[in-house]
Design a protein around this ligand. Structure first.
Ligand SMILES: O=C(O)C(=O)C[C@]1(C(=O)O)C=C[C@@H](O)C=C1
Length: 416
């Protein structure tokens, strides 16, 4: 027996959306308010091929399976696959009566194993982020697209892939933080994947120290969180004088969820106020980031680039590898300076395909890829000319995106 959506006892709307996807050839009906029956013709003439049917089943079944573990604690849900009059059917029956705000009721992050080739088309924009509900990345997705359907993913790479195979329409991923610096993994992934940057979001990040209700500061021997969050709170935690080890986990909200599900009374999480609410934790301390103006910058990724404009401030992100020669980096950067184009960021990463260059005489030099953000739109002639010149000094150049700058006025008291 398997079950879905233990919180509400109603059918998970994403299952209805998959079942309604045009072109998949699925039919579905609600046999009752809480039962969804999905049918698919398993024949060659007009029906789905075996492969397509298996893909549909894989997505639906993985959603169910990912929640099955958690909902074992409660009772009553079921999923069944059967062949009725030559049609394959899938029945989804959610269970009722789970406790509100139970962490078991929240959507599970996608994993690579959830993927199939099923394209989804809903009216709501689906935005992939890394982490579980309550993560700052989820808040960034909400800031970028207030009415979106956030799709939690268990890794950054999964968020990229979710967009590539149409499970999501956008991904929102952190690239840098004002205290912790760059999130290098995402710079590397930007290059490995072919998605386009279509926007940016700057999110003020206010961290809390969370623990189970009734736990006091002196009980804490371990603090868990995302490595960025641990580094953003390093000094404050040290000053608190806690005799606690610090351990990195995949995301801040995931740390809170872990404490709640494992009932850990000696462990605290660094996470958001929303994570405290979602996972039923109390706040031992708030505003524990080392600087009150702590901000994380996220990029918004899409399968298609947007058309650059000049009617509002735009930023363009590029990545390049320099040609052999002297002062190449200086020459590249001068191409922007001569045209009065402001650079907002430069980041270097090892050139993985060609990490070392051996010079005449045997000296070894590291080879880098340079990521540069500059304040201009690709619709501007000065930006086009600068890049034409940059191309002369580079063995590789890619425009990652030209997109509107996040101009939201910043206030230190802004909540995430
Ligand atoms: O763990 C989370 O909540 C995230 O959304 C990730 C992340 C990050 O990768 O930097 C996002 C914002 C904060 O800087 C801390 C963590």
């Amino acid at each position: 027996m398997q079950s879905i959506n233990p919180l509400s006892g109603s059918i998970d709307k994403s299952l209805v959306r998959i079942a309604s996807t045009p072109g998949l050839g699925l039919t579905h009906h609600r046999s009752s308010p809480s039962r969804l029956t999905v049918k698919c013709l398993d024949s060659a003439n007009g029906g789905r091929t075996r492969h397509e049917w298996q893909s549909c089943c894989a997505v639906l079944a993985s959603k169910v399976a990912s929640q099955q573990q958690d909902s074992k604690k409660t009772d009553g849900g079921s999923t069944g696959v059967a062949t009725v009059n030559g049609h394959k059917t899938l029945d989804f029956v959610p269970i009722n009566g789970a406790v509100a705000k139970s962490p078991f009721a929240l959507p599970k992050p996608l994993s690579i194993s959830d993927f199939s080739a099923v394209p989804l088309h809903g009216s709501q924009l689906r935005v992939a982020y890394q982490g579980v509900p309550g993560a700052y990345s989820e808040a960034a997705a909400g800031k970028a697209y207030p009415n979106c359907e956030p799709i939690p993913c268990d890794q950054f790479e999964v968020a990229f892939q979710a967009v590539e195979i149409w499970i999501a329409d956008r991904a929102v991923l952190p690239v840098e933080n004002s205290l912790g610096g760059s999130i290098h993994r995402n710079y590397d992934l930007l290059l490995r994947h072919r998605l386009h940057i279509v926007g940016e979001v700057q999110l003020p990040v206010h961290h809390c120290l969370l623990a189970l209700p009734g736990v006091r500061m002196e009980h804490i021997t371990r603090i868990i969180s995302h490595p960025q969050a641990l580094s953003q709170c390093e000094n404050t935690i040290t000053k608190m004088g806690l005799n606690a080890s610090r351990e990195a986990v995949d995301d801040t909200a995931g740390a809170a969820e872990y404490i709640a599900t494992k009932n850990l009374r000696n462990t605290a999480a660094i996470a958001s106020a929303r994570a405290a609410e979602l996972y039923g934790l109390q706040t031992l301390a708030k505003g524990i980031q080392d600087d009150s103006s702590n901000v994380t910058r996220f990029v918004i990724l899409s399968r298609e680039p947007i058309i650059p404009r000049i009617d509002r401030p735009f930023k363009t992100s590029i990545v390049f590898a320099q040609e052999k020669g002297t002062n190449i980096l200086f020459k590249v950067l001068s191409s922007f300076a001569f045209r009065n184009i402001n650079l907002t960021k430069i980041e270097s990463r090892p050139h993985r395909n060609q990490p070392i260059r051996v010079e005449d005489g045997g000296a070894k030099q590291f080879e880098y890829l340079f990521y540069v953000d500059f304040e201009a739109s690709m619709a501007e002639e000065r930006a086009q000319n600068a890049l034409a010149e940059v191309e002369e000094f580079t063995s590789f150049l890619r425009v990652l995106g030209s997109y509107p700058m996040d101009m939201t006025p910043w206030r230190p008291d802004m909540e995430e």
